[in-house]
Design a protein around this ligand. Structure first.
Ligand code: C5P
Length: 400
């Protein structure tokens, strides 16, 4: 692929490697991209805006206040229409600002206003790069779907040899192309995703639920949207913000999630059932708040419908993905579910392992399509796990 007709914003922050941003800009322009440059407050100490203006053919956005560009809210407009934003080099200070939502200069403000795919290429002293504070900020960006182009090991400006040198501009261009190629690779796909816990009322103030955060399902929905799919997200109660650009159907009880899922399934190409559906619900809901009497309270629970099982009974061409949270015999139990629920794919995670699964931004999963198709992934941000699952759906889906 080339970058013809692509509109790209290049963010430059104040590091020695800023001069390499000029080379990156030239490479992207040569491939046909229309590039707009935004600079951090101090980047002009290293390379003047005039250099970037001459190479890009556009005024450079480097001041939030006091310029014609700032008065016309140019940063918001440039960000809105762009296909991609790449920040190179990103200094430690710049990474911290981007990860924590600061908006105190042209670059950080523009980054916040941008909703499309973003790539960040850090460059700094090796000890700074290894510092847990920097690594935490990088992990934060990754968990939000930002692609990090790791710095290279080599001689640094401070004279030492270590990991911190800005990635080769050619490598950054490759990442830009890869990300753009993915940006529309699911166009035309209609995806149904369920997420979060279910909530079964006991009385007007009490309910039975589970600790599912919804993060895995929201990551799949968001990534699929970014890759061009039409997404419907059926979500139990979560604390996550409602994602933009998708159809959002909230629900509480398993029976409500079942009704919504079965109603939407026929028009979809694939169903990803990440929701942690509660297996039991009180047989009847008390109309009044149950008073405590000092005696044990006995609740009779009945099983909830198995949504995937019901969906598999009415499915036609739909590609179906289930999740399996297991604490023992991970692969064997997941394989059984794959067969029983007539799934194409099951994503299994070991809930006995610490620091992954429920609530976490990370997950370590095994993706299983059959006895001879078992892929064990390393510990990854849920956004990246989502990307792998979507790749499998793309390869396997039968469009209607
Ligand atoms: O059988 P188990 O609950 O472990 O299966 C997990 C998978 O089945 C998940 O994909 C979950 O969303 C789905 N499920 C369902 N309906 C239920 C329980 C689980 O669709 N009542």
């Amino acid at each position: 692929m080339t970058l013809k007709d692509k509109k790209i914003v290049l963010g430059v922050s104040a590091g020695i490697a800023a001069y390499k941003a000029a080379e990156l800009l030239r490479l992207m322009v040569r491939e046909g991209a229309d590039v707009f440059v935004a600079m951090s407050a101090n980047a002009g100490q290293f390379v003047t805006p005039l250099t970037f203006q001459a190479l890009s053919g556009h005024p450079v956005y480097s001041e939030v206040f006091g310029s014609a560009a700032s008065a016309s809210m140019e940063h918001i407009r440039a960000a809105e229409g762009a296909d991609l934003l790449v920040v190179a080099p990103a200094t430690a200070n710049c990474v911290a600002k981007l990860a924590n939502g600061h908006a105190d200069d042209a670059l950080s403000t523009l980054f916040l206003a941008f909703a499309g795919p973003a790539i960040v290429a850090p460059a700094m002293n090796d000890k700074m790069y290894a510092n847990p504070a920097v690594q935490e900020n990088i992990a934060k960006l990754k968990s939000r779907g930002v692609r990090i182009v790791e710095p290279e090991t080599g001689e640094l400006a401070c004279g030492v040899v270590g990991m911190g040198r800005l990635a080769d501009p050619l490598r950054i261009v490759e990442e830009v192309k890869k990300r753009l190629a993915r940006a529309a690779d699911l166009a035309g796909l209609r995806l149904l995703v369920t997420a979060g816990p279910t909530r079964e009322p006991i009385d007007p103030v009490r309910y039975i639920t589970n600790p599912s955060s919804g993060k895995m399902g929201y990551a799949i929905a968001g990534q699929a949207r970014d890759r061009g799919a039409m997404v419907t997200l059926i979500s139990g109660p979560t604390y996550l913000p409602k994602p933009d650009g998708i159809e959002f159907l909230p629900c509480q009880k398993a029976s409500e999630m079942l009704d919504l899922t079965l109603a939407r399934l026929p028009e979809c190409d694939a169903l990803v059932m990440t929701a942690a559906v509660g297996d039991f619900a009180p047989e009847s809901v008390r109309k009044e708040k149950i008073k405590k009497s000092g005696e044990p309270l006995v609740l009779k629970l009945s099983p909830t419908p198995d949504i995937l099982l019901e969906a598999s009974k009415i499915k036609t061409r739909q590609y179906m993905v289930g999740f399996a949270a297991e604490s023992q015999n991970l692969v064997q139990s997941a394989l059984e579910k794959l067969r029983k629920k007539r799934l194409d794919l099951i994503v299994a995670n070991d809930i006995s392992a610490p620091g992954i699964g429920f609530q976490s931004d990370y997950n370590q999963v095994t993706i299983i399509a059959g006895e001879s198709d078992i892929e064990r992934l390393p510990l990854l941000p849920k956004t990246e796990v989502a990307g792998v699952i979507l790749d499998r759906i793309k390869a396997g889906v039968r469009k209607g």
